[in-house]
Design a protein around this ligand. Structure first.
Ligand code: MN
Length: 285
């Protein structure tokens, strides 16, 4: 296996999503605009919430043309959407939503979590859809922590959400070839993992620190792997966890506007019209 080298990115955009939620955005940032098929990564928390303190939800909002994926590292979320579906995510669960032709959803802490308080930490990743599937029927996959298999060795626990490593398969169904894994590591250890040549690949460290492809990546650092090998090597320096992402690039134009990700500007205008005319459904707040 030839290990890829990596470029370290430490720039974070800080922003508010809705009135109550602060997020860090390691990409896109200046110098790292496109990592197809991945469009955007938001990291919220870890933040401790006192009992009764966190009541807010993200009010109903639309999406079209991509997949918003929520990795819940701690806490409890409740979501509902314009297809009439709703559900809960618990610590370690993942929601892989396909916005497709359009969905309106709201999300926030569950009533239990709001009442009892606790620590909340999540990543929301936007995964692009190939043009042929942008208008697919909306759906979501709620993936339970215990349904996602893992590789465990040398101080590493690599839990597969999507795609395949060493014959271990993540349960998420995707529209383009992707590997997504939640990786926990002890203070000492090392692992190498095969990532297909030609795929884009990233490792975002939520906590702790690793050396990978000559880069040392600490908390909130992002390693962007170069296309110079067929695997990635991770060496733990400080106990923690990271998100490993790899995917075959989608070689199509991208036009992103607010909650819509399409190929051409006219399709954004159409998305806005369809939303305003109720063609993505309706969700009471
Ligand atoms: Mn959303």
């Amino acid at each position: 296996m030839k290990h890829r080298t990596a470029k370290l990115h430490t720039q974070l955009v800080h922003m508010n999503v809705g009135p109550a939620f602060k997020v860090k955005q390691p990409f896109p940032v200046a110098g790292l605009e496109q990592v197809s098929p991945f469009i955007l990564l938001h990291h919220a928390g870890p933040q401790w919430h006192a009992p009764g303190a966190l009541q807010a939800r993200l009010s109903p909002h639309p999406h079209r043309g991509f997949e918003p994926v929520t990795f819940l590292f701690s806490g409890q979320l409740h979501h509902k959407d314009s297809t009439g579906a709703q559900g809960f995510l618990r610590s370690g669960d993942v929601q892989w939503m396909t916005a497709g032709s359009g969905i309106i959803h709201s999300e926030g802490p569950s009533a239990d979590f709001a009442r009892n308080g606790g620590s909340m930490e999540l990543v929301q990743l936007w995964v692009n859809l190939p043009r042929a599937h942008k208008m697919t029927t909306p759906k979501y996959q709620d993936l339970r922590a215990q349904s996602m298999p893992f590789i465990e060795r040398s101080g590493f626990r690599v839990q597969l959400v999507a795609g395949s490593l060493e014959g271990v398969n993540g349960p998420a169904q995707t529209f383009s070839p992707i590997i997504a894994a939640m990786v926990h590591f002890d203070a000492v250890g090392a692992i190498e993992l095969a990532v297909p040549e030609g795929w884009n690949a990233l490792a975002y460290v939520l906590k702790g620190s690793v050396r990978t492809g000559t880069a040392t990546v600490g908390t909130n650092g992002l390693a962007e792997y170069r296309a110079d090998g067929d695997g990635v090597a991770l060496e733990a320096l400080e106990e923690g966890y990271l998100l490993l992402l790899a995917g075959e690039p989608i070689e199509e134009p991208v036009v992103s506007y607010g909650p819509f990700v399409m190929n051409y500007p006219g399709e954004i205008k159409q998305a806005i019209l369809d939303y305003e005319n109720g063609r993505m459904g309706v969700l009471e707040s």
